[in-house]
Design a protein around this ligand. Sequence first.
Ligand code: SF4
Length: 64
Amino acid sequence: MKIKVDATKCIGAGLCVVAAPEVFSQNEDDGLVIVLQESPPPHLHEACREAARLCPALVISFDE
Ligand code: SF4
């Protein structure tokens, strides 16, 4: 799995961080998403899918 985010469309809602804190963080200044692991290990994949589902701006996608 390779994570892709379009940070230009992120609205800083932070739900991705709640769903998968090992994979997503937020910039302290503007709140925009930061990807901590672009290729997360298998045990984090479901949390990444949940983050993509929860993201209100629909900016998280991935190659499986
Ligand atoms: S959930 Fe979506 S909009 Fe919110 S911080 Fe994460 S990527 Fe940005």
